[in-house]
Ligand binder design. Structure first.
Ligand code: PMV
Length: 329
C-alpha cells in the first residue's frame, strides 16, 4: 500500500490564454490531494473518495468503467472524477508494464472540486505516483507531469494545457508556454488569500466560449494576446519581488478574463471585496464561471472583507507549496 500526495494550485496569471500558446504562471499551494493505492488480487479498480466536497461515495467497477454506479452524486461530476482516476491507473499500468494490475484507490482531498484550484490535476498526479510505486516503479516528477497531462487531455477531450499537471507535479511557481514547462526559482513570499463561492465552472464550456469569441472577433484574439503580455510583465515583477506590481497586473488580468466572459457575479463580487479590503490585487483563478478567486494581501483586510461578502462561502490563506508530488508512506 502506498500513499502519495500532490498540491493544488492558483493561477497567478494566464489561464485561458495558455490554451492558445501564451505563457501562464500557476503556483502550487499548500492544499493537497492524498491518494492511497493498494494492489488487488484481480484486475478491478475500486475507488473510495471521502471528501471531494461531495457527499462521500464508493464506486466499484472494472477497468473500462462500464455501467453507471448507483450513488447520490451528480452523474457528470462522478463520471469525470472516475475518468481521471481510471486514466491515471492506466498510465501507471503502462509505466510499470502491468496491464492487468487491479487496485483499491482511496482519495482524500482538501482541494474543492472544479473550483479553479487544480483538484483533478492533483488527484491524477498523486494517483500515478502512488500506483506506479505500488507496482515497484519510481517515476521522476517530469514523467509524472507528462503522463498526468495526457490523462487530462484525454478526459477533457483535448481541452487541456500542461499548466495544472506540471505545477502539481513540480510544486512552487512554474511557467508554462505550450510544451515548454519550467520551474521559476527565487520566488518571493506570496501572501495568497483565496475566496470560494462554493460552486464550480464547466471548464470545457468556458474554454469553448473563449475559443468562439477569439474566432469571431479580432479584439477577442487581441485580448488573449494582451493576457500573454501581462504574464510576461508579471514574470519581471515576480523576479524583482515587486508585490505591488504583481497585484496591479492581477487586477488587469481579471478585467480581461471578465471581458472574455469567464467571470461570474460572485467571482466579481469577491474580487471587488478583496480590492476594497486593500488587497494588492485580485483575480479569478482557473477556468472561471464560479469557484475561487485569489488575492494578494499580507494583512488581514482581504480575509475580513471576504468573510462579509455575500456569495463567498469560505476564505482561507494558502502558502506557496514548494514541494510537488511526494510519497507520504
Ligand atoms: O479550472 P482549472 O483549474 O481546471 O483551470 C483551467 C485552466 C484553463 O486555462 C482554462 C484550461 C487549461 O487547461 O489550461
Amino acid at each position: 500500500m502506498v500513499t502519495s500526495s500532490a498540491p493544488g494550485k492558483v493561477y497567478l496569471f494566464g489561464e485561458h490564454a495558455v490554451v492558445y500558446g501564451e505563457p501562464a504562471v500557476p503556483c502550487a499551494i499548500e492544499r493537497r490531494a492524498r491518494i492511497t493505492a493498494e494492489r488487488r488480487g484481480d484486475d478491478r479498480l475500486r475507488v473510495n473518495a471521502t471528501d471531494l466536497t461531495l457527499d462521500g461515495f464508493t464506486v466499484e467497477y472494472d477497468g473500462d468503467a462500464t455501467g453507471t454506479p448507483d450513488v447520490d452524486v451528480a452523474e457528470p461530476l462522478l463520471e469525470e472524477g472516475m475518468g481521471y482516476v481510471n486514466e491515471a491507473i492506466e498510465q501507471a499500468r503502462d509505466a510499470a508494464d502491468a496491464p492487468d494490475a487491479g487496485f483499491d484507490v482511496t482519495i482524500e482531498s482538501s482541494i474543492p472540486l472544479g473550483a479553479g484550484l487544480g483538484s483533478s490535476a492533483a488527484v491524477v498526479t498523486a494517483a500515478i505516483d502512488a500506483a506506479t510505486r505500488e507496482l515497484g516503479v519510481e517515476l521522476d516528477a517530469a514523467e509524472i507531469a507528462d503522463r498526468a497531462y495526457h490523462v487530462e487531455y484525454e478526459v477533457q477531450d483535448g481541452q487541456a494545457s500542461r499548466a495544472d499537471t506540471f505545477c502539481s507535479a513540480m510544486g512552487g511557481a512554474v511557467r508554462v508556454e505550450s510544451d515548454d514547462c519550467r520551474r521559476i526559482d527565487d520566488v518571493p513570499n506570496l501572501p495568497f488569500v483565496i475566496g470560494y463561492d462554493g460552486g464550480s465552472g464547466d471548464t470545457g464550456a468556458l474554454v469553448a466560449g473563449v475559443r468562439d469569441l477569439r474566432e469571431e472577433y479580432d479584439f477577442a484574439a487581441d485580448t488573449v494576446g494582451a493576457i500573454g503580455d501581462i504574464v510576461r510583465q508579471g514574470e519581471q515583477a515576480l523576479k524583482a519581488g515587486d508585490l505591488e506590481e504583481l497585484g496591479e497586473l492581477m487586477d488587469f488580468n481579471h478585467g480581461l478574463l471578465s471581458a472574455l466572459g469567464v467571470s461570474s457575479r460572485t467571482l466579481d463580487a469577491m474580487v471587488w471585496a478583496a480590492r476594497e479590503g486593500d488587497a494588492l490585487g485580485a483575480k479569478l483563478t482557473g477556468a472561471g464561471g464560479g469557484g475561487c478567486i485569489v488575492a494578494l494581501d499580507p494583512d488581514d483586510g482581504t480575509e475580513t472583507a471576504l468573510r462579509y461578502t455575500q456569495g463567498c462561502e469560505s476564505v482561507f490563506r494558502a502558502e506557496l507549496d514548494t514541494e510537488g508530488v511526494r510519497v507520504e508512506s
